[in-house]
Design a protein around this ligand. Structure first.
Ligand SMILES: Cc1ncc(COP(=O)(O)O)c(C=O)c1O
Length: 981
C-alpha cells in the first residue's frame, strides 16, 4: 500500500458511514445473561462506532463490546490474540483479560432486531484515564510516550491475519480517507484549511514513506485508552492499555503520531508539549531518522482525520454526544498541530531524539561589511543581568535601541547580540513565556556603509526586506538601500547595497540567517523553542564577529556548584529551579527573561530593586559603615522611629540582624528579667534557627523531629488553629486555654517558675489564620499572673503586611512586653529589632554588655529608616489592605466552583489558601498543593506550600502588589484548578 494511493475500497467507504450498533442496555443485559451467565448494572461507555457497556456484577466489572458485522471476525480475533500475547510478556503494559462465553467462545454472534452483531466481554481494567485533566505535567506526557513504545516493542513480533485491515485510521491511507471525509464538512473555509494542511502533510511524508517500518501497532494509545496510577506527587502515570479496536499492521511511527496528536488537546496550545513523549518513546524503542522526520506530518494527518471523521460521524449520527464532545478537543488538536512550521517541529523532534544536524559551512564566506573593522565593533549587553538596566528602564519602548546608538557613538559600530535573552522582551504577568531569545542581530553604524554578499545566491527584495538565498542558507537583511534587483543571481563578495540613512547619520541594519526556505523567520523565540530555532537560524558570528554571540546562561552548572558547596540543609525552591537574577517591584526574572509574579517574598515588602533604597544604601556605604559603639545619627534615628511605632511604654530598642537573633535575644531578656527559664510556646510554630529560637519552634514542616527533641524548659501548648485544630471557630478560646492552663499547672506542680510565652499574634505557619477571639488576652493574663513576660513574634505578620493593622497584636487587642521584628523591616537587608520596656531591657545588663557587630550599623540603620520612609510615601500598608481585600474576595469566590479549596485564611497581604480533599474531614490535599505550585510556576507565578501538612498556599507578596498582579494570581490559580483536579 502506498501513501496517497487513490482509494476505491468499498468496505472502507461503508465503514466510514456506520453509526453505533442499535442495541439498548436492556438488550445488552439479555445478551450478558444468555451468553455469559452474568447479570449486573449496565452503563454505556463512549465509542465512535461500537456500542460498549460497562457491567458491574457486584464483585466484578466488565466491558461488553458490541460490534458491527462489517468488521470481520478475524479482526476481532486479532485483538484478542494481541491481548493474550501482551499478557504473556514480562514488563509489557497491563491489559484486560478476555472473558469467554458460557460455551467457551471469545466472540459470539448475536441477533438483535434482525441485525447480527459480534459480541465480546473483557475484564474492566482499573485505573484512571488521562483525558480528564485539561493539562498534563511533563512526567505524565513522558510516561505516555514510554508506554506507547513499550507496547509497540512488545508487539514487534506479534502477527495475525486479522492485522491487515481496511481501517480509516490507518495513516498510510490518510490522504484518500481525508478526501472522502471532507465532503461532510459544510463550512467551506474550514474544509479548505483542513485540505490544505492534509496536502502539505502528505507531501512531507512521501519521501520518507519507503523507509517507515511496518509492524503490529495498537494505533490508539491515547488518554482515553490508557489507565494510570498516581505517583508520589499526585501525577497520573499511565501503565495499562485498553481498546485494541484499531490494531493494525501499520507504520510504527504512525502509532506514536496517534499518541502525540491525542496529547495536543492538553497542550495549552504548545506543540512542543509532546516532546517529552517523543524522547521517552525513543529511549525505549529507538526510531530511525526517517521515522522521526515523518512524525510531525503524521501528527497533522491524524489531526485532519480526527476532525474530518467526527464531522462526518455527526452528520450520520447526530445523537452521538461522545463524538460531539470529542470534536471540540479534536479541533484543538488540529489547531495546535498546525500552529508551527513543519521545519521547526522536524528539527525539534530530531534534536529531542539526540540527532545533531550538520552546521552550514561558513569558512569561505566573504565579509558582509567590507568597510568595517570588526575589532572596532562594540557588542551591547541587553540581557537580564545587564548593568545598563535598573528600576524597570528596560520597559521604555526604545531602550535597547538607545543603548545601541549610544554604544555606536563611542565606536565605529555597535551590535546587539544573537542568542541574548532580552530583558526588554520579558512580558510581565504572562501565562506563557515571552519570546525573549534574539535570533538576529541589529547593528548601528554610519549610513552609507557598504554591504556585500557573503555567499553566492539569488536576491529577493520585498518591502525593504532583502533575502540572499543559497542552496543551504538564506541571509535576511533590513535597513539597507539595495543596489541589486529582485530575482538577480549574485556572486559572493559583490555589493548588495548600503546602510540606509542620510550621509553622516547613524543607520540600523538587521541581520539574520535562516535555513528553511521561503518563510521569513521570527526575530525572537521563546526559551523552550531555542534548541530548535537556533538550529534553523544559526548565529551570524561568521559575519559580525564572535562577540555577537551572547554567552549562554549556565543554570544547571551553577546549580551543581551550589549542590557541591552550599550545605544541603539549606534547601532551594523547586526540583529544577529557574535561575532568578533580577527583580523589579513584585516581579522576578530568570536568566532567560521569563517574568514571574513573586507571591511569596514576604521579606521584600517594598518590592524588588527599589532605586531609592539602593541609592540610600550606596550613599551610606561610601560615607561610613561601622558598628553601633560609635556615635552617629542613623542608629539614634532608627531607634526613635521604631519606638514611635509601638504602644506606650515599649520605648527601648535592640538592633540585630535577623528574626532568629531577635527571638533569641527576646528569650534571653525573658530569662534575665524573670530569673526563670520555662517558656510556653505554640505547637506548629517557627521562630528561627538559633539554639534558643529553634528550641521554641515546633513546626514539623520545618523540622520533622521537632516534637520529640524540645529541651525541658520548652512547654508547647495546643496550636489554636480555628480551622483544623482540636477546637474550631472563633469562639474556641476557652477550649484552647485549657492546654495553656495544663502546661502552667505542670510547671507550678514541679515547683518551677515561668519565664514567659512566645507566639506569633496571627497564626502565620498555617497561612495567616486569626487566633480565636480573646485568645492572647487570656493567655497573656495567665502568664503575667505567674510573673512571666509575653513575646510577640512579629517577624512575619507585623510591619504593615496585614493591611488592617500595622502589628499583628493589634488584631488581638493586646500589648506584649517584648516585640520581635525582622524580615520586611530591612526589605531583605539583614536587619532585626527587639522592642521592649526600659525595665526589661535593663535586666540584660546584669549579664554583661550586648553587642552585635553589624546590628544597627550605619548602613543597616539607613536601610531601616529608608524602608519606613518609602512605606509611608508609597502608602504600602494601605495598599496591602486594599489589594489584600480584593485578592481575598477573588480567592473566596473560587471556593464556589472548586471544592479543593477548604478555606481562605488571613488578611491584607498575608493570605493562605488551604486545600482539602474533603471539606468535612479536612483531609489535607498535600500532593495536589505541590502539583498546583509546580503548575503555577509554569504559568509565571512563584508560590510555595506552607503548614504542617504543606497544603496551604502561603500568599505573602511584596506590599507594592498591583491590582492587576493580584488579579493575575487569582486568574492563574483558577486556571490551574480548572485543569482537572
Ligand atoms: C515567625 C518567624 N519568626 C522568626 C523567623 C526567623 O527569622 P530569620 O530567618 O530572619 O532568622 C521566621 C523566619 O521565617 C519567622 O517566620
Amino acid at each position: 500500500m502506498r501513501w496517497g494511493n487513490a482509494m476505491t475500497d468499498e468496505t472502507l467507504a461503508q465503514r466510514l458511514e456506520l453509526p453505533r450498533p442499535d442495541v439498548t442496555a436492556e438488550e445488552a443485559g439479555d445478551i450478558l445473561q444468555s451468553r455469559y451467565g452474568l447479570s449486573g448494572q449496565l452503563s454505556e461507555l463512549g465509542s465512535q462506532q461500537d456500542r460498549n457497556y460497562r457491567v458491574d456484577t457486584g464483585d466484578q466489572t466488565y466491558v461488553l463490546k458490541i460490534c458491527h458485522m462489517i468488521y470481520e471476525t478475524v479482526e476481532l480475533e486479532a485483538q484478542n490474540a494481541a491481548i493474550r500475547h501482551l499478557a504473556g510478556i514480562e514488563g509489557a503494559p497491563r491489559v484486560p483479560r478476555v472473558v469467554a462465553s458460557t460455551d467457551g467462545q471469545d466472540i459470539v454472534a448475536v441477533v438483535v432486531r434482525d441485525q447480527t452483531y459480534q459480541v465480546r466481554l473483557l475484564e474492566y481494567l482499573e485505573g484512571e484515564g488521562l483525558t480528564k485533566p485539561s493539562y498534563l505535567p511533563r512526567q505524565s506526557v513522558a510516561a505516555l510516550g514510554a508506554l506507547c513504545a513499550n507496547l509497540a516493542k512488545s508487539l514487534a513480533d506479534f502477527d495475525h491475519p486479522g492485522l491487515d485491515r481496511n481501517l480509516q485510521w490507518d495513516l498510510r491511507r490518510a490522504g484518500p480517507v481525508a478526501v472522502q471525509l471532507l465532503s461532510a464538512i459544510t463550512d467551506g473555509a474550514a474544509r479548505d484549511r483542513i485540505a490544505k494542511n492534509m496536502v502539505a502533510a502528505v507531501r512531507r511524508v512521501q519521501p520518507f514513506a519507503p523507509a517507515l517500518r511496518l509492524q503490529a501497532v495498537h494505533h490508539d494509545v491515547t488518554g482515553d485508552n490508557v489507565v494510570s496510577r498516581r505517583d508520589g506527587k499526585g501525577r497520573l502515570i499511565p501503565d495499562g492499555v485498553i481498546d485494541f479496536g484499531d490494531i493494525i499492521r501499520g507504520w510504527l511511527v504512525g502509532d506514536l503520531a496517534v499518541t502525540c496528536a491525542s496529547l495536543l488537546h492538553q497542550a495549552d496550545g504548545d506543540p512542543f508539549f509532546v516532546l517529552p513523549a517523543v524522547k521517552a518513546y525513543h529511549e525505549v524503542y529507538p526510531l530511525k531518522e526517517e521515522e522521526l522526520r515523518a512524525l510531525w506530518p503524521l501528527v497533522v494527518a491524524r489531526a485532519v482525520i480526527l476532525v474530518a471523521s467526527s464531522e462526518q460521524q455527526i452528520s450520520i449520527d447526530p445523537e452521538n454526544e461522545y463524538v460531539r464532545a470529542n470534536l471540540v478537543l479534536e479541533q484543538r488538536i488540529f489547531d495546535t498541530a498546525i500552529a508551527v512550521p513543519f521545519d521547526l517541529m522536524e528539527t525539534a523532534i530530531l534534536k529531542t531524539a539526540g540527532i545533531e544536524l550538520p552546521a552550514v559551512a561558513t569558512e569561505h564566506w566573504h565579509p558582509l561589511l567590507p568597510d568595517l573593522d570588526l575589532q572596532n565593533m562594540l557588542y551591547v549587553d541587553l540581557g537580564v543581568e545587564s548593568q545598563h538596566f535598573a528600576a524597570g528602564n528596560w520597559g521604555q519602548g526604545d531602550m535597547d535601541w538607545r543603548l545601541l546608538a549610544r554604544a555606536a557613538s563611542e565606536a565605529d559600530a555597535a551590535a546587539t547580540r544573537y542568542g541574548e535573552y532580552r530583558l526588554s522582551r520579558a512580558r510581565l504577568l504572562s501565562a506563557k513565556p515571552s519570546a525573549t531569545y534574539a535570533l538576529h542581530a541589529d547593528i548601528c553604524l554610519a549610513a552609507g556603509n557598504t554591504i556585500a554578499a557573503p555567499f553566492s545566491g539569488r536576491i529577493s527584495w520585498q518591502n525593504h526586506h532583502l533575502v540572499l538565498e543559497s542552496a543551504d542558507i538564506s541571509l535576511h537583511l533590513d535597513g539597507l538601500d539595495p543596489s541589486v534587483e529582485d530575482g538577480a543571481e549574485l556572486e559572493a563578495g559583490r555589493p548588495l547595497g548600503a546602510v540606509s540613512g542620510e550621509q553622516g547619520s547613524l543607520g540600523g541594519l538587521r541581520v539574520q540567517l535562516s535555513t528553511p526556505k521561503g518563510a521569513e523567520p521570527p526575530l525572537f523565540c521563546t526559551p523552550q523553542e531555542v534548541f530548535a530555532w537556533s538550529a534553523l537560524c544559526p548565529s551570524p558570528a561568521a559575519l559580525l564577529g564572535k562577540g555577537v554571540e551572547a554567552p549562554k546562561p549556565v543554570d544547571a552548572e551553577i546549580l551543581a556548584v551550589r549542590t557541591a558547596h552550599f550545605a544541603a540543609a539549606q534547601k532551594h525552591y523547586y526540583e529544577t529551579p529557574p535561575r532568578i537574577e533580577r527583580g523589579w517591584k513584585e516581579h522576578m526574572f530568570d536568566v532567560e527573561g521569563r517574568a514571574y509574579l513573586d507571591m511569596v517574598n514576604n521579606v521584600t515588602i517594598l518590592g524588588h530593586g527599589h532605586p531609592r533604597l539602593a541609592d540610600a544604601v550606596g550613599e551610606q556605604w561610601l560615607r561610613l559603615n561601622t558598628n553601633s559603639r560609635f556615635h552617629y545619627a542613623a542608629v539614634a534615628d532608627l531607634s526613635e522611629r521604631l519606638a514611635a511605632l509601638v504602644p506606650e511604654g515599649l520605648d527601648t530598642v535592640f538592633l540585630v540582624n535577623s528574626g532568629s537573633e531577635a527571638n533569641d535575644l527576646a528569650l534571653r531578656l525573658a530569662w534575665a528579667h524573670t530569673g526563670a527559664r520555662n517558656m510556653l510556646s505554640l505547637l506548629e510554630a517557627y521562630h528561627g534557627w538559633s539554639v534558643a529560637s529553634d528550641a521554641v519552634s515546633t513546626s514539623i514542616a520545618d523540622n520533622p523531629q521537632a516534637l520529640t527533641t524540645r529541651p525541658d524548659w520548652v512547654h508547647p501548648v495546643a496550636a489554636p488553629n480555628t480551622y483544623r485544630g482540636e477546637f474550631r471557630g472563633p469562639d474556641s478560646t476557652g477550649d484552647y486555654l485549657q492546654s495553656v492552663v495544663a502546661a502552667l499547672e505542670l510547671i507550678d506542680s514541679g515547683g518551677e517558675r515561668l519565664a514567659g510565652f512566645i507566639a506569633e499574634p496571627v497564626y502565620g505557619n498555617a497561612g495567616g489564620i486569626a487566633l480565636p477571639d480573646g485568645y492572647l488576652a487570656a493567655v497573656y493574663g495567665q502568664v503575667r499572673a505567674r510573673g512571666g513576660v509575653c513575646i510577640a513574634d512579629e517577624v512575619q505578620v507585623g510591619y504593615g503586611r496585614l493591611g488592617h493593622h500595622f502589628w499583628g497584636f493589634e488584631q488581638q487587642r493586646v500589648v506584649p512586653d517584648i516585640i520581635t521584628v525582622a524580615k520586611g523591616m530591612g526589605n531583605g537587608h539583614p536587619l532585626g529589632a527587639v522592642i521592649t520596656t526600659r525595665a526589661i531591657a535593663d535586666s540584660l545588663e546584669k549579664e554583661g554588655y550586648f553587642f552585635s557587630s553589624a546590628g544597627g550599623s550605619p548602613v543597616s540603620s539607613v536601610v531601616g529608616i529608608t524602608v519606613l520612609d518609602i512605606m509611608a510615601d508609597e502608602a504600602l500598608q494601605q495598599n496591602a489592605r486594599e489589594i489584600g481585600d480584593r485578592l481575598k474576595g477573588r480567592l473566596v469566590a473560587l471556593m464556589d466552583h472548586h471544592p479543593l479549596i477548604g478555606a481562605v485564611h488571613g488578611m491584607g497581604l498575608y493570605l493562605g489558601v488551604e486545600f482539602v480533599r474533603d471539606r468535612a474531614t479536612l483531609e489535607p490535599a498535600t500532593e495536589e498543593t505541590a502539583a498546583i505550585c509546580a503548575r503555577l510556576l509554569e504559568l509565571g507565578v512563584i508560590m510555595q506550600p506552607t503548614g504542617d501538612h504543606l497544603n496551604v498556599l502561603k500568599i505573602k507578596p511584596p506590599l507594592c502588589l498591583a491590582a492587576e498582579s493580584a488579579d493575575f494570581f487569582a486568574d492563574m490559580l483558577e486556571k490551574v484548578l480548572s485543569e482537572g483536579w
